[in-house]
Design a binder for this molecule. Structure first.
Ligand SMILES: [Zn+2]
Ligand SMILES: [Zn+2]
Ligand SMILES: [Zn+2]
Ligand SMILES: [Zn+2]
Length: 328
């Protein structure tokens, strides 16, 4: 996953953010954070945003916004002789001139603001997407790179697509912008035909989206070079997070002439890039000779019939899971 690096991060003073424990919001505060933007402040309770009408945390949060690039500032935070602050990224760019007053910048660190930041607790930036958690200022950023409510990247392979969004948005995007085939149901029967099976270099690939159990799944089929050998691969990705993906299993079958290959697995989350799943070989892999054998005929054309099924597993959230590539 590529995180969008919009914050000026510089932990150069040895601050150990691991030592700061994050914690979830107290239940009675949930609705306040899910319905209020933090900048509006929490005016009616003793929550972390402060009990006064103008929340102190909110105004301090604004102070922690770099006036030059508007990103959140992290240590070392700098200031000029007149007290104008700016982030360490901007400091390297302004040629020793304060962008606010044009005076010489010098090398003054704003320790007071850094200390104040340390005392802050703020909601995750994806609170409007449903994340109920709040974090100490310096560990918020770390959480946001792994937050379950962060938007997903477009799962389409074969082109660089920078579209991000939630699942309903991405389903519509795949259908409308990438013209991906959409199917309803938990079984499938697909024929992949390729007129020149020798051309694997250009990585032929196909994507089909399945809708079942109220969820969406991406079935990928593609040809690529594995070492010296051209292979075909089919695998399923779940449009959602990994912990939910574990609730499902799928099987794929390909064969002809009395032989068949069967793959059974757990769909991978689209949080894992298409390439990562492919490179971990977490799917049905068909050697080209076998693929041509299954194709029958004169072996000039690839004709593979892949059948498959998706099913829901008994829920067992404590079950250990071993994802290839992560466990060895
Ligand atoms: Zn800045
Ligand atoms: Zn200044
Ligand atoms: Zn979050
Ligand atoms: Zn896309």
């Amino acid at each position: 996953m590529e995180m969008d690096s919009i914050d000026c991060v510089s932990f150069s003073d040895g601050m150990d953010e691991d030592e700061i424990q994050h914690h979830t919001l107290h239940p009675h505060n949930h609705s306040e954070f899910s319905s209020n933007k933090p900048r509006n402040g929490g005016a009616n309770s003793n929550n972390v945003m402060g009990a006064t009408a103008i929340s102190p945390a909110t105004s301090v949060h604004e102070l922690l916004e770099c006036p030059v690039c508007t990103n959140s500032m992290y240590p070392p935070i700098h200031q000029c002789h007149n007290g104008h602050t700016l982030c360490s990224t901007c400091k390297t760019r302004v040629h020793n001139r304060c962008p606010t007053c044009r005076q010489e910048l010098g090398d003054i660190r704003c320790l007071a603001l850094e200390k104040v930041a340390e005392s802050l607790e703020l909601p995750c930036k994806y609170y409007s997407l449903g994340c109920p958690e709040i974090f100490p200022y310096y560990s918020k950023l770390k959480h946001e790179t792994v937050c379950n409510f962060r938007p997903y990247n477009c799962p389409y392979a074969g082109s660089e697509c920078s579209v991000v969004g939630d699942i309903p948005f991405l389903v519509a995007h795949l259908r409308d912008d990438h013209k991906v085939d959409m199917h309803t149901g938990c079984t499938f029967n697909h024929r992949y035909v390729k007129s020149n099976p020798r051309e694997v270099e250009n990585a032929t690939w196909m994507l089909t989206v399945f809708h079942c159990f109220g969820q969406y799944f991406c079935l990928h089929f593609e040809a690529f070079q594995l070492g010296m050998a051209p292979v075909y691969m089919a695998f399923l990705r779940f449009m959602g997070d990994e912990n939910e993906a574990r609730n499902y299993s799928y099987s794929l079958e390909v064969g002809a002439n009395g032989r068949k290959l069967i793959w059974e697995g757990t769909p991978r989350s689209i949080r894992d890039s298409h390439r990562k799943v492919r490179d971990s070989h977490d799917g049905l892999i068909i050697q080209r000779n076998m693929a041509l054998f299954f194709s029958g005929g004169d072996k000039k054309e690839l004709k593979l019939r892949v059948t498959g099924r998706i099913w829901k597993e008994q829920q067992n959230p404590d079950a250990g899971v071993c994802i290839p590539n992560l466990c060895n």
